[in-house]
Every structure is written in structure tokens, then in C-alpha cells.
Design a protein around this ligand. Structure first.
Ligand SMILES: *[C@@H]1O[C@H](CO)[C@@H](O)[C@H](O)[C@H]1NC(C)=O
Ligand SMILES: *[C@@H]1O[C@H](CO)[C@@H](O)[C@H](O)[C@H]1NC(C)=O
Ligand SMILES: *[C@@H]1O[C@H](CO)[C@@H](O)[C@H](O)[C@H]1NC(C)=O
Ligand SMILES: *[C@@H]1O[C@H](CO)[C@@H](O)[C@H](O)[C@H]1NC(C)=O
Ligand SMILES: *[C@@H]1O[C@H](CO)[C@@H](O)[C@H](O)[C@H]1NC(C)=O
Ligand SMILES: *[C@@H]1O[C@H](CO)[C@@H](O)[C@H](O)[C@H]1NC(C)=O
Ligand SMILES: *[C@@H]1O[C@H](CO)[C@@H](O)[C@H](O)[C@H]1NC(C)=O
Ligand SMILES: *[C@@H]1O[C@H](CO)[C@@H](O)[C@H](O)[C@H]1NC(C)=O
Ligand SMILES: *[C@@H]1O[C@H](CO)[C@@H](O)[C@H](O)[C@H]1NC(C)=O
Length: 897
């Protein structure tokens, strides 16, 4: 570069900078000329700023930042971030502090309420942790109010209904807020200009007042999860401007009203998760603007309305979890705009060619699982460029016999469900290549698959977080997940061999590990010791040896451990006591060498403790503390061990559950659901796990997912040990008891008459002990008793007569030299006459009634008792639990967007 050109360059830089500078000066001058804002409003804003701390975790939005940080005194507040002033009056008319990381509480005295000229106020996505102050009425000019996602709580103040200029009101998604019906009426009466109303997740718990139809300017109405019930609203039909209508997750019932026919502008309609029944009314097919129609999780029936195929703008059709019948209408295959088609868990039937779905060019989500469909998939090679790339594909129980060929061309799948299909043979080797980068859930459980064609050592899907291979006939070594995101790894009920790779330890997000019912060996992976996420560990019925791994720290989330039917040895790790959430511990059929883990008594959630035939021994010490141990225990199985001494009835089984104080149903579904919800970031799970009613609708093989865990079944089995001493009278307090088995011990003394108080008792086995005295006549009160044995004791006197006792055989009594009366051959002498039977039950006619009761009870619960006494504790219970976890995790992946 020559000198002159260098000079030129300098010159131009000089001129340029001069130019820039002068402009800055001008801008400054201009700034100082803009009229300032009002002093009182500056001070109100600054004091408002002072009343909060900045806390980045107070806002969820990624782009959140503290707008108020830039607010400085001695500057024009109209230029502050988030502040908007009227051009002429210079009054603050708009305040947008959404996602501003504000943390602190707000009361009526807040200086915010001095900004009486506000027309627009947005405080969404902060953390105020207080009620909405009634001084909200100080903003009579307010047109836009958004207080959503801001941890407001308590009652919505009625003063909101004085904001009669409001066009948009959003109070949604605040933790614990409620709004009474009266206020809802007032809002409907006063806020007649409203165009947008969102009260989602506010507890309203009422019917929707008809006056809501006054809000005739509404374009968007969102009342999701408000506890609303009764008929669907708007039988007045005024809301003809509605574009966006969400009434999901309430308890609305009845049919979709004909007034909806007038909502011709609707583009988004969600009525999901209610109790709506009847058919899809014809006029829905005329709502030509509809882009999304979500009717999932209701009780709708009949055929899927064929005219839905006329909705040329439809992108989402979600009819999952209903009772729809017949074929999928052909017309749906004409809706080229469809992106998500969700028809799972209905009663649809007929044969459908999968090719037809592949002709929908925009399709990305398709769920046909859980119907009675016969889906014919392509077996020939096809032109890969022509088929849509799916993200989510549910083909569970679709009667597919082979891995569908079109899957070869799917490289964007995230969810693939091919369970319950009767697929046999080997998993083809091309499966290892599909959607390697994207697949996060693969379910090929409940088929007849026998193995893998050229299996990779490590599973190829790097994003995989759920794998379900259970209930097949797979043999050979385990497939090891490579993904560190693994949440669910279920391979149970196969013939898999080998050891669990330590690579499983990479999966630090693991929630549920089920490897039960295989031929696995080696030790249980030690890394589980560090897993803070694991909820279910199920490893029963394998050949695992070594000790039970240490479990967690205080933060352990484990709720269920089943390691039964293995060869585990040694002592139980004391760290089990850290599993404060443990509900079920199943150790049966192992070779431990330990005494009774009295220290587990502190686990307040523990409901099931099963350690049948697992090498425990010695006397059970009484607990040192005064507290009751095992407060929630419902099922206790100590049978076939070498326990000695007295059994500490009062300490171990006197909890509230056993006493039947809380005989209500299962809490598993809820607690587990919430827990997984906390664990995942899938917001839609919260809604999904409440699917109770829809779950019971499912049929055809899928009912396995939601058997009720019978928590009102309390069972004690102490049989085949060397317990001695007496059964205390207080056992009569354990009202919840269904089955008591203390057979084959060396118990002595009288049979406590208080057993007659256990009116739920269905099985009582006292055989092979040293009980003496008479069979207490109070046992005649046990009208549900179906199994009874006192054989091989030292009992005397007359066998009680009548009621259930007329059904028991000789074997129930044999081996007691002193017993007499029916059904034993030995007749009673005069001196052996027992006391009179209790008058209420001794009468003959009552006997008839009780027999009837017995028959009914037998029908209802006989089967269950049979199962319980066989292997409920060790097998069924665990499987059910795991099925429920699996179901919940599956639900987490159901489309909800
Ligand atoms: C910040 O907010 C979180 C939750 O929003 C809270 O737990 C934490 O205590 C807050 N921190 C401070 C310093 O206030
Ligand atoms: C409001 O301020 C007044 C006076 O400063 C005080 O007495 C009152 O307790 C405050 N009210 C609330 C709700 O904080
Ligand atoms: C309220 O604010 C939230 C969070 O910024 C936003 O998602 C929502 O759309 C707003 N509501 C209305 C009605 O504008
Ligand atoms: C309706 O608004 C008017 C005017 O602000 C007010 O006086 C009245 O109390 C409001 N009605 C209700 C029920 O809040
Ligand atoms: C639709 O609106 C019109 C006019 O308001 C009304 O007469 C009619 O009854 C409404 N239709 C239904 C089905 O509600
Ligand atoms: C719909 O549900 C209501 C109660 O919510 C019931 O009275 C009615 O019989 C049901 N109708 C149908 C068709 O199932
Ligand atoms: C009980 O202990 C004895 C020896 O004390 C042993 O022979 C027997 O096998 C043990 N029984 C069980 C079930 O562990
Ligand atoms: C329990 O049984 C005993 C003995 O049969 C009896 O005295 C007592 O009143 C019964 N208690 C209750 C609450 O029924
Ligand atoms: C059987 O009971 C009687 C008392 O009823 C007692 O005298 C006798 O010793 C007992 N026999 C055995 C073997 O325990």
C-alpha cells in the first residue's frame, strides 16, 4: 500500500468517526428534549423494583432476564426496559415485566398500584408467592392483564371483575389459585369486552354459568384443568367469534352440544380428558377452519365421523382413549394437511392398508395402538423418497406379523411401538440402522421374537431413553444401551443370559430397570448404588449372586425392589434404610444370611415386605424406640426362614394400615405418576397420568397395564419358622387383615377370641403349632372365611357349628386329640359342650343369608385370595407395579402438543 492511499484511509476513518459522533450528540440532545415521565411514577416504579430480589430461577423462559436492572433514578422512566408511556400525557400506560426474574411477595401496598393509568400489565413468569392484591382495582383503564405462571396463590380477588375495560385476561398456571363460581359469573357479567380469557389450572370446581355466553367478543377461551363439571357450556351459542377453545382436563359430561355448530370460526378445539359421551356430532365436519381437533380421553363412541375428512385444514386429529368403533373412515386419507393422527386405544376394527397412511404427505405422528385393527404393512421394497418421514409411530396390537418393511426408510423416528403383534423370528438386522440419531423409545414387547439377527454389542440409538423387549422368547446375551439418557430398560420375561454390563451404569437417568424372569447371572450392577433416579429395580427369577448392592443416599427415589428368586447372599445393606420412599421390598427365595431388618421399621412408606425362604434367622428384637415400626405395612411374608423367639406383633404389624384405618384404594398411580412427572420435563404427563377412566376402557390384551393394586389386602404370613409364645389378643385390632398364616411354628396358648373381630379375614391357618384350649366360637363371626386350618395342635372341645364352619373339611381339624364334633368322627360328650353360640349368628335363617354372602364374596374375591396365597407377593405384585410404571412412562411419550 502506497503512502497516499494510507493517508486516504486515515482521512476516511476520520470523517466517518466525526459523522458518527455528531449523530450521537444529536441523539443525546433529542433525548434530553423528550418530555420526562412523572416523578410520582418514577418513584413508584423504583420502589416497586426495591421490593423484589432478582432470582434467575423465578422465571422459566429461556430468554428471561431482569428488566428492572437497567432502571436508574435520574433518567426518563419512559425509556426504561418494559415501561411504556402515553405519547402525550407521559403517564406510564404499559408495564411488561414478564420473565423478569422477580422474586418476592406483593401486597396491596405495593407502589405498583399507584400507576393508575396502566392499560397493559404483564407480570407473567415471575415468582410472587402471594395473593393477587385486591388493589388491582386501581387500574380501571386496564385492557391487557397477564399474571400467568407467576406463583400467585389463594383466591382470585373479586376486584378483577371491576376491570371492565379488559380485552385480555390471563391468570393461568398459578400454583394454588382458586376462583369461585360467583366471581366467574361477575366476570361474565362485567368484562363484556373480553377477547381472550385464560383461567387454566385455576381451581374453579363448578359448572360453567350460562352467562359466560355474554362474552360475545371472545376469540380465545382456555379453561384447561379448572375442575369444571356439568354439561359443556354455551347452549345459548353466542360465542361465534371463538377461534381457540380449550376445555380439556375437566369433568364435563354429556354430549357435545349442538350449539357448537355456531362456532364456525374455530381453528383449535380441545375437549380432551373429560367424561363426554355420545358420538361426534355431524356439524363438527362443517367447522371448516378447524386445524386441531382434540377429543382424547373421553367416552365418545360410534364410528369416526366420515365428514371429518372434509376438514381441509386439519393438522391434528386426536381421538386417543375413547370408545370409537368400526373402520377408520376412508375420507381421512384425503386430508393431506394431517400431521398428527391419533386413534389409539379405541375399539376400531377392520383391515387397513398402511400404505394409505404413507400417502398423507405431512404425516409425522400416527398412533393406531390398542384397537382391533388388522394393519397390512408393506413387505415389498418401496420408493423411499415418496413416503413421509414419521416421528412417532404407534402400531401396538395391530396384528402385524413381521417387522414392516417401510421402517427401513424411517430416519427420523423418535417413538416406535410394535408391541403385542405376534411378530416372530428374529429382529432383522436392518432394524439396527433405522433412526439411529433420533429414536428415543422402542417397544417391541409382547411378541414371539426369538432373537436378534447380527446384534450389535451396544445398541446403536444414541438418544434412546426407553427400551421394552419384555415378554418375548429372546435368548442370548443382553443388548447394552449406549445412550446415557436411558430411563426405562425392560427386558423381562425372556431367556436372556449373561451378565448385566456395567455400561448400564452410564444411564444416570434410569427410572425403571426390569430384567426379571430371565437366565441372567453374575452380580447386580454396583452402579445402582449411585443412581439417584431409579424408582423400580426388578431383577427377580434369575441367577444373580453376590450381595444386594448398597442403595442410594438419602435422596434415593427407589419405590420398589424385587430381587426374589436369585442366589443372593450375605447381609442386607443397611443403606436400604436410606430409601425413604421404598414401598415394596421383595427378597424371597434367596440365600441371605441375616437377622430380621428391624431398622426398616422407620420406612414410613413401606407397604410390602416379603422375605419368604431367604435365609433369615434369629430372634426379632423389639425396637428400642417408642414409635410403632412399619407404620404402613400391608403385606408381610416371613415364611420359611429360621426366625425364633416371640414375634413382635405390637411393633411390626400394628400400623394404621393393618388396623384398617385407611382402607381406601391404591395410591400407587398417583404418587408414582407425580414422581415421574417431577423427574421428567414432559409437562403433558401430569395430564396423562390421570387417565384412570380411559385406562379401564382399554381392552384386548392391554388391560394388564392397569390392574388395581389391591392395597386393601393386608396379609401376614409367618409360617414355617420357629416362632414361639402366644398370639396376643390385640391381633383383633388389625381390622384390615385378609389372611393370617402362622402355621408350622411352636406357638402356644389359646387361640385369641379377638380373631373373631377380623371381619375381613378370608384365610386363617394356625396349623402345626402347640395351640391349646378351644376354638373360640367368636370365629363364627368371620363370614368371609374361606380357608381355615387348626390341624396338628393340642386343641380341645367342640368345633363351632354353623356359618362358614359348615364348609370346612376334616383336614382343617385333624391332629388335635381333644377336638370333637362335626366334621370329625369323634362325637362330643356332655362335658365337652362349648359355650352357646353368639345369638346373632347361631340362628338357622341367618345362616342362609351368610351363605349367600359367602357366595357373593367368593365370586368377588375368591380368585384374588387364591392368587394372594400362592405367589401374589413375589410375582404378581411386582409385575403389576412394573406394568404401571411402564404404562406411565409410555404415557409420557404420548403426543400432547
Ligand atoms: C430463588 O428462587 C427459588 C425458587 O424459585 C428459591 O427456591 C430460592 O430460595 C430463591 N433464592 C433466593 C436467594 O431467594
Ligand atoms: C400497608 O401499609 C400500612 C402502613 O404502612 C401497614 O399498616 C399495613 O399493614 C400494610 N398492609 C399490608 C397488607 O402490608
Ligand atoms: C401471558 O404471558 C405468557 C408468558 O409470557 C404467555 O405465554 C401468554 O401467551 C400470555 N397470555 C396472553 C393472553 O397474552
Ligand atoms: C362491575 O363493574 C362495575 C364498574 O366497575 C362495578 O361497580 C361493579 O361492582 C362490578 N360488578 C361486579 C359484580 O364486580
Ligand atoms: C346458532 O345461532 C343462532 C343465532 O344466534 C341461533 O338462532 C341458533 O339457535 C344457534 N344454533 C344452535 C345450534 O345453537
Ligand atoms: C352420557 O352420560 C350421561 C351422564 O353423564 C348419561 O346420563 C347418558 O346416558 C350417557 N349417554 C350415553 C349415550 O352413554
Ligand atoms: C434353619 O437352621 C438350621 C440350623 O440351625 C438349618 O439346618 C436349616 O437349614 C435352616 N433352615 C432354613 C429354612 O434356613
Ligand atoms: C373383640 O373381640 C373380643 C373378644 O371376642 C371382644 O371382647 C371385644 O369386644 C371385641 N372388640 C370389638 C371392637 O369388637
Ligand atoms: C396339651 O394341652 C394340655 C392342656 O390343655 C396340656 O396339659 C398338655 O401338656 C398339652 N400337650 C402338649 C403336647 O403340649
Amino acid at each position: 500500500m502506497g503512502l497516499s492511499s494510507l493517508c486516504l484511509a486515515f482521512l476516511s476513518i476520520f470523517i466517518l468517526s466525526k459523522f458518527v459522533l455528531s449523530h450521537l450528540v444529536v441523539a443525546d440532545i433529542l433525548q434530553s428534549f423528550t418530555p420526562p415521565c412523572h416523578d410520582d411514577e418514577i418513584s413508584a416504579l423504583l420502589q416497586f423494583k426495591q421490593s423484589f430480589v432478582i432470582n434467575m430461577s423465578a422465571s422459566d423462559y429461556e430468554g428471561a432476564y431482569p428488566k428492572i436492572s437497567s432502571w436508574k433514578s435520574n433518567s426518563n422512566c419512559c425509556s426504561w426496559d418494559g415501561v411504556d408511556c402515553d405519547e402525550e400525557t407521559r403517564h406510564v400506560i404499559g408495564l411488561d415485566l414478564s420473565s423478569s426474574c422477580l422474586y418476592g411477595s406483593m401486597n396491596s401496598n405495593s407502589t405498583l398500584f399507584r400507576l393508575v393509568h396502566l392499560e397493559s400489565l404483564n407480570l407473567a413468569d415471575n415468582h410472587f408467592d402471594s395473593q393477587i392484591p385486591p388493589t388491582i382495582r386501581n387500574f380501571p383503564k386496564l385492557r391487557y392483564l397477564n399474571l400467568s405462571y407467576s406463583a400467585f396463590s389463594g383466591q382470585v380477588p373479586r376486584e378483577v371483575s371491576q376491570l371492565t375495560k379488559l380485552l385480555s385476561l390471563d391468570l393461568s398456571h398459578n400454583g394454588d389459585m382458586f376462583l369461585n363460581e360467583k366471581l366467574l359469573r361477575s366476570l361474565a357479567q362485567n368484562l363484556t369486552g373480553l377477547e381472550t380469557l385464560d383461567l387454566s389450572f385455576i381451581n374453579i370446581s363448578s359448572t360453567v354459568p350460562n352467562t359466560l355466553s355474554n362474552l360475545s367478543h371472545l376469540t380465545s377461551l382456555v379453561l384447561n384443568s379448572c375442575g369444571l363439571f356439568g354439561k359443556l357450556p354455551f347452549s345459548l351459542g353466542n360465542l361465534r367469534h371463538l377461534i381457540f377453545l380449550v376445555l380439556s382436563d375437566n369433568q364435563f359430561n354429556g354430549q357435545i352440544p349442538s350449539s357448537f355448530a355456531n362456532l364456525t370460526q374455530l381453528t383449535y378445539l380441545s375437549l380432551g380428558e373429560n367424561h363426554i359421551n355420545g358420538t361426534i356430532p355431524c356439524f363438527l365436519g362443517n367447522l371448516a377452519q378447524l386445524a386441531a381437533l382434540r377429543l382424547y380421553s373421553n367416552q365418545l363412541s360410534g364410528p369416526i365421523l366420515s365428514s371429518l375428512g372434509n376438514l381441509g385444514k386439519l393438522t391434528v386429529l386426536d381421538l386417543n382413549f375413547n370408545k370409537f368403533q368400526r373402520e377408520i373412515p376412508e375420507s381421512l386419507f384425503n386430508v393431506a394437511s394431517l400431521e398428527r393422527l391419533l386413534l389409539a386405544y379405541n375399539n376400531l376394527s377392520g383391515t387397513v392398508e398402511f400404505l394409505k397412511f404413507l400417502k398423507l404427505p405431512n404425516l409425522i405422528w400416527l398412533d393406531l395402538s390398542g384397537n382391533n385393527l388388522d394393519v397390512i404393512t408393506e413387505t415389498r421394497t418401496m420408493n423411499a423418497s415418496n413416503i413421509p418421514r414419521l416421528m412417532y409411530l404407534g402400531l401396538g396390537s395391530c396384528n402385524i406379523r413381521e417387522f414392516p418393511n417401510f421402517l427401513r426408510y424411517q430416519d427420523t423416528l423418535r417413538y416406535l411401538n410394535l408391541s403385542w403383534n405376534g411378530m416372530h423370528g428374529q429382529v432383522p438386522k436392518w432394524m439396527w440402522n433405522i433412526s439411529r440419531e433420533s429414536l428415543d423409545y422402542l417397544d417391541i414387547s409382547h411378541n414371539l421374537l426369538s432373537g436378534f439377527d447380527q446384534p450389535p454389542v451396544v445398541l446403536p440409538w444414541v438418544e434412546l431413553d426407553g427400551l421394552d423387549l419384555s415378554f418375548n422368547r429372546l435368548s442370548g446375551p443382553l443388548l447394552v444401551p449406549s445412550s446415557q439418557y436411558m430411563e426405562l430398560y425392560h427386558i423381562s420375561n425372556n431367556k436372556l443370559t449373561g451378565e448385566i454390563s456395567p455400561l448400564i451404569c452410564n444411564a444416570s437417568f434410569l427410572l425403571s430397570l426390569d430384567v426379571s424372569n430371565n437366565n441372567l447371572s453374575g452380580m447386580l450392577p454396583r452402579c445402582l448404588e449411585n443412581s439417584s433416579k431409579l424408582i423400580v429395580l426388578s431383577a427377580g427369577n434369575n441367577y444373580f449372586h453376590g450381595t444386594l448392592p448398597h442403595q442410594g443416599t438419602n435422596g434415593s427415589r427407589l419405590r420398589m425392589i424385587d430381587v426374589s428368586r436369585n442366589k443372593l447372599q450375605g447381609k442386607l445393606p443397611r443403606s436400604l434404610a436410606n430409601c425413604l420412599k421404598l414401598e415394596s421390598l421383595v427378597l424371597s427365595s434367596n440365600k441371605f444370611d441375616d437377622v430380621f431388618p428391624v431398622w426398616l421399621g422407620a420406612l414410613s412408606e413401606l407397604k410390602v415386605l416379603a422375605m419368604r425362604n431367604s435365609g433369615f434367622h434369629g430372634a426379632i428384637p423389639r425396637h428400642q424406640s417408642n414409635h410403632d415400626g412399619f407404620p404402613n405395612l400391608r403385606i408381610l411374608d416371613l415364611s420359611q426362614n429360621n426366625f425364633t423367639g416371640q414375634f413382635a406383633f405390637e411393633f411390626i404389624i400394628s400400623g394404621e394400615s393393618m388396623r384398617g384405618i385407611h382402607l381406601e384404594g391404591s395410591e400407587y398411580m398417583t404418587t408414582l405418576g407425580i414422581d415421574i412427572y417431577e423427574n421428567s420435563h414432559d409437562w403433558y404427563l401430569e395430564a396423562s397420568y390421570k387417565h384412570d377412566q380411559s385406562m379401564t376402557l382399554m381392552n384386548k390384551g392391554v388391560e394388564r397395564y392397569f390392574p388395581q393394586v389391591r392395597e386393601d389386602f393386608m396379609i401376614i404370613d409367618l409360617s414355617s419358622n420357629r416362632f414361639e409364645g402366644k398370639i396376643p389378643e390385640f391381633i383383633g385390632n388389625l381390622k384390615g387383615l385378609r389372611s393370617l398364616n402362622v402355621s408350622s411354628n411352636i406357638l402356644s396358648g389359646r387361640i385369641p377370641p379377638s380373631l373373631g373381630n377380623l371381619t375381613n379375614l378370608e384365610a386363617l391357618d394356625l396349623s402345626h403349632n402347640n395351640f391349646s384350649g378351644e376354638i373360640p366360637p367368636s370365629l363364627l363371626q368371620l363370614s368371609f372365611l374361606q380357608q381355615f386350618s387348626v390341624s396338628h395342635n393340642n386343641l380341645t372341645g367342640r368345633i363351632p357349628v354353623g356359618n362358614q364352619f359348615s364348609t370346612f373339611e376334616v383336614t382343617s381339624y385333624e391332629g388335635n386329640l381333644g377336638l370333637c364334633g362335626v366334621p370329625l368322627p369323634k362325637k362330643c360328650s356332655r362335658s365337652e359342650e362349648g359355650p352357646e353360640l353368639p345369638p346373632s349368628t347361631a340362628e338357622e335363617e341367618d345362616g342362609v343369608e351368610l351363605d349367600w354372602k359367602f357366595a357373593a364374596a367368593g365370586l368377588v374375591s375368591g380368585l384374588v385370595v387364591g392368587v394372594v396365597l400362592a405367589d401374589f407377593v413375589t410375582t404378581r405384585f411386582s409385575e403389576r407395579f412394573i406394568e404401571i410404571v411402564a404404562f406411565l412412562i409410555r404415557l409420557m411419550r404420548m403426543p400432547r402438543s
